[in-house]
Design a protein around this ligand. Structure first.
Ligand SMILES: Nc1ncnc2c1ncn2[C@@H]1O[C@H](COP(=O)(O)OP(=O)(O)OP(=O)(O)O)[C@@H](O)[C@H]1O
Ligand code: SF4
Ligand SMILES: [Mg+2]
Length: 323
């Protein structure tokens, strides 16, 4: 299990090109979230809400400024480099743009076997076994042993994402981070890659954090969904109830928002009002400037969590009533 407990992440940025003043971007505010064994947790929210920052915390790329996380019971505050190395083998990552993390001169075999080779020499899997494993995972992702010697530029966008998925799964990790893995692909290819991920899930039984802007996909692919707004998780619930029985006004607004059909646009939701800047985040509930249900308490402090018996959790002073 991966569990984030009160995690915050702040970035310091310059006020202007020439200014010495520093401003603080509150990218994550007191986030708590668990990803259970074999569970797929979808993360949704407008651009800049902190989804990738949360993923980067779990990947060990950022240290939390407050709070901590545990990874299979090991606490991030006391994690040694060695612990982290061991844990990292249980975490595969797939990004929107696979090419940026692949060396264009390397063969597919080298790219996919990379996670196996970065181990210490004496701990490495023998070369023959490595190749067998690469072929096995390439075949599982719809490629073949004929592709071993090819270079990345010889493949289409969908095939490159298959290679990225093969690399992420080559060590059979327990967890995957999928940060908008299909957003850059054509719609017809998106369905193929999603179906592939579903098949691989059945075969390998991984848990995942699945980040996407597409609500119809997240509903279908995830077990549970967390909705983020300006560095906060505002609601978490089962995927089959969150948009039908939303408690938080922002979740409801997302559910009712028009889905943009242009897959190449970054923003899929069209909501009235502007998302405030995380630099000047208002005190209290960050959704207050856009919320039609706001009450006076909303500007004072961020609401505490309310738990519902079906597992829903939300932060709101004036939630929607549901049957
Ligand atoms: N390295 C950084 N330095 C400064 N600010 C950052 C950095 N990384 C992220 N931020 C800021 O933190 C906030 C959250 O960013 P993040 O990339 O996590 O959002 P996101 O939800 O993944 O957005 P998108 O949907 O566009 O990918 C944004 O305001 C972003 O500008
Ligand atoms: S806390 Fe207040 S402002 Fe925030 S979503 Fe709920 S009602 Fe709206
Ligand atoms: Mg992102």
């Amino acid at each position: 299990m991966i569990s984030l407990n009160g995690v915050s992440k702040f970035f310091s940025i310059k006020h202007g090109m020439l200014s010495r003043d520093k401003l603080t971007v509150k990218a994550l505010n007191n986030i708590s979230l668990t990803i259970g064994e074999k569970e797929i947790v979808g993360l949704v929210g407008e651009s800049g809400s902190g989804k990738s920052t949360l993923a980067r915390i779990v990947m060990g790329l950022y240290k939390p400024d407050t709070g901590y996380f545990t990874f299979d019971g090991i606490d991030s505050r006391t994690m040694t480099k060695n612990d982290w190395k061991q844990l990292r083998q249980n975490l595969g990552v797939v990004f929107q743009d696979p090419v940026s993390s692949m060396n264009p001169w390397m063969s597919v075999e080298k790219i996919v076997s990379e996670p196996m080779v970065i181990r210490k020499r004496k701990e490495r899997i023998p070369k023959k076994q490595r190749r067998d494993r690469v072929v096995e995972i390439l075949e599982a992702t719809g490629l073949s042993s004929n592709d071993l010697v090819k270079k990345i530029h010889e493949f289409s966008g969908g095939q490159r994402q298959r290679i990225a998925i093969a690399r992420a799964l080559v060590l059979k990790p327990k967890y995957l981070i999928l940060d908008e893995p299909i957003s850059a692909l054509d719609v017809s290819i998106q369905a193929q890659i999603l179906n592939l991920l579903m098949d691989l899930r059945k075969q390998y039984g991984f848990a995942a954090i699945f980040i996407t802007h597409d609500l119809s996909i997240v509903r279908w692919f995830s077990d549970r969904i967390a909705v983020m707004y300006l560095g906060h998780i505002v609601e978490t619930a089962r995927a089959d109830v969150i948009f039908e029985k939303s408690r938080h006004p922002y979740t409801k607004a997302l559910a009712l928002s028009k889905l943009d059909t242009d897959v190449h646009r970054r923003e899929f939701y069209t909501l009235p009002g502007e998302i405030p800047s995380p630099v000047n985040a208002p005190p209290g509930c960050p959704f207050e400037p856009r919320c039609t249900r706001a009450v006076p308490e909303c500007t004072k402090a961020f609401p505490l969590a309310t738990h519902i018996s079906d597992g829903t959790l939300f932060h709101c002073y004036n939630p929607l009533e549901v049957e």
